[in-house]
Design a protein around this ligand. Sequence first.
Ligand SMILES: Cc1ncc(C[n+]2csc(CCOP(=O)(O)OP(=O)(O)O)c2C)c(N)n1
Ligand SMILES: [Mg+2]
Length: 379
Amino acid sequence: MSNKSATATAEKAEPDQQPVVSRPSDLLTKEERFEMWMQLYLARYFDVRLIKEKKRGRLRGTLYSSHNQEAIIVGSLFGLKPTDWISPIHRDMPAFFMKDIRSGWENNDRIGMSVEEVCAQVWGKVDSPGRARDNWSHIGSRSKRIIHSTSMLAGTIPVAAGVAYADRLNGGDSVVITYNGEGSTAQGIFHEAINYAAVHKLPVVTIVENNQWAYGTPVELECPTPDVADRAKGFGIPGLVADGQDVFDVYDKVMQAVNHARSGSGPSIVECKTFRAYGHGDHDDDRAARYRPEDEVVQGRGRDPIAVCRQRLLELGDIGSDFAEKWVAEGKSASEATNEDFPEKVVEYLNKGIDFAVASALPPAEEGGMWVFYEGGSK
Ligand SMILES: Cc1ncc(C[n+]2csc(CCOP(=O)(O)OP(=O)(O)O)c2C)c(N)n1
Ligand SMILES: [Mg+2]
């Protein structure tokens, strides 16, 4: 796993040569790096706040926490073109509203869902994309270029291959990013779909969020090779390993894969090594505390992506020491963290989404039987 510093490694250049830049993140500006840090807080706050809302009794349904895995969401989305496609899963709920957020948090024209829509989905309200048919990630949007999420592990990779193929036939240059837990990688469809993408050199980047646990199964009972990314060798495609706690390392590895895909060279697997902070869902938290050794959990939560990013910004001189004690959200569970641990902008942004969701109505009961079968028209 690469933990090298982000200092530019420009090789000694002849006067008439451009310096060789080895990492895409070396080209990020100070403002962009700071924006990535803010986005980490936003993803974390979404999680913290929803857990609080549920504890307060204002929210029902199962939550699938992305706590400790935010660098994967932010680092993978940050370098995409607005027109690229993504297929998030249960663990990536913030990705639905953070896709293309770089075009402006308040930009209504960006090609990603709004925080209001996503909160309405979580609350199961009429203004949600799923109109209360589900309260979590089973949503998508063709216009926002988000492939509908499914519960079938690895089930979106073949869809991603199809979307990529169609886009290529239509003369597009889109890349499709699929997100999967390491628990997806022993599924037959994982292999079939990546094989298909490799044979046809389709621009599909398969991200594996290796958080060490698939429900109650540890990764060593899921995958026999040291790195899940080793599976790429069988398809003749690149298999990259990123430090999933380091947003800049994730960005680097995903951008390498994205550039490879966009240039017509085909798919890649990017394994992001991380650790699942809680149970599979909050219904599993008590059990997870028993099937996972305590020291492993403490260690796994020990490198918080928010702190890793802050440290990097301090080293680079992007922020001063006054920021060292500001917004200390890292290492805090949802019950420990307060609004003061987060930038005001983040709290306000999410408040708008939650206020919208709470105020939104439940759908009329008559809708219950609708849209189960095809009723004509197209969407
Ligand atoms: C095809 C398929 N088989 C089994 C399941 C049941 N299932 C739901 S979650 C899960 C484990 C997922 O592990 P991982 O992908 O690592 O996700 P994480 O728990 O880390 O979010 C399983 C086996 C499923 N959803 N789909
Ligand atoms: Mg897992």
